[in-house]
Design a protein around this ligand. Sequence first.
Ligand SMILES: *Cc1c(COP(=O)(O)O)cnc(C)c1O
Length: 372
Amino acid sequence: MPGEQRGAGTRGDIPPAKPYLGEAEIEAAVAVLRSGMVVQGPEVAGFEDEFTKVAGTQHCVAVNSGTSALQLALMAMGIGRGDEVIVPSFSFAASANAVRLVGAEPVFADIEPGSFCIDPEHVASLIGPRTAAIMPVHLYGHPADCTRLTALARVHGLQILEDACQAHGAEVDGKPVGSFGVAGAFSFYPTKNMHALEGGMVTTDDAGLARTLRLLRNQGMEQRYANEIVGANMRMTDVSAAIGRVQLGRLGDWTEQRRANAAFLDAAFADVEGVLTPSVPAGARHVYHQYTVRIAGDRDGAQRQLKEAGVGSAVYYPVPIHRLAPYAESKADLPETDRAAAEVLSLPVHPSLTGGDLDRIVDAVRSLELQP
Ligand SMILES: *Cc1c(COP(=O)(O)O)cnc(C)c1O
């Protein structure tokens, strides 16, 4: 309204996520377009080679999305009809969708309340004769308990596929996520810690698996028209790979900025009643894809108050996967998952935040009037 002091509104809301696309990314993309080598060319090969440093694996296979990475990895691992894969219900639906897409059945496990990641003890109770694999999700950039999960998988002869789509550069005891399981899957969707417009990567130390993945993503061909197996088209474009390589060069600084922002918010909220900050166990390196607090009280009311103060926030995820329509026949009883879905709120933590933005987030959260 004319003349009205609109406070926060006039300064613009702080978005919960801010995908970055700079001049260097645009130049790299244009160079690919001018080169004529646009699909599965030198940029893809370079991106795969460079990403081995993030995942700490011998091999990386680029694909067109994180969902494709999960799906292709399951196929290459030989998982399909008649198999069960234990997945957390507290995740993005893609984790379970990939299992269904290969004809297998997701079995939903509860989470540990501190990490929001799959609970190894509950996983152990769900293992049965049809269990083929465990899919931990490193949710919000917090690594799942890979030490206990890998021990459990070894004892029961199960494969692990890590959903690392939110966790580029997260570690457990100095070892990167994506290197604990038979394979790991990363996403380069615009809101992730780094992006490639769209894209994904499968990481593995198994050369045979890597070759199968390369066949599966390209119609089962290594040599053109000498198709060896049935495959899909899940290739990455060189435009995406070129953008991904520029972003990869920024990832280290961005991760440090996310971690510094999170440390600032942790300290600022330590004495705020009703706002529980993220907990990170010794040895875990959290890369804060999201900075997610628990709100004791009316979470949706708190979110509205933040919005009025110009602070965007988001709920990941308001409906656990086992309560979504495609999985509604699941009889899973997951109390920690349901509690998290009702309590979590993700605050801005992205590297584009200014000092002023952080102060506004702190003021808005400290001013919350929490209702029961
Ligand atoms: C983003 C995401 C995916 C899927 O990645 P896409 O690139 O969007 O297909 C899978 N799992 C989790 C946990 C994600 O956050």
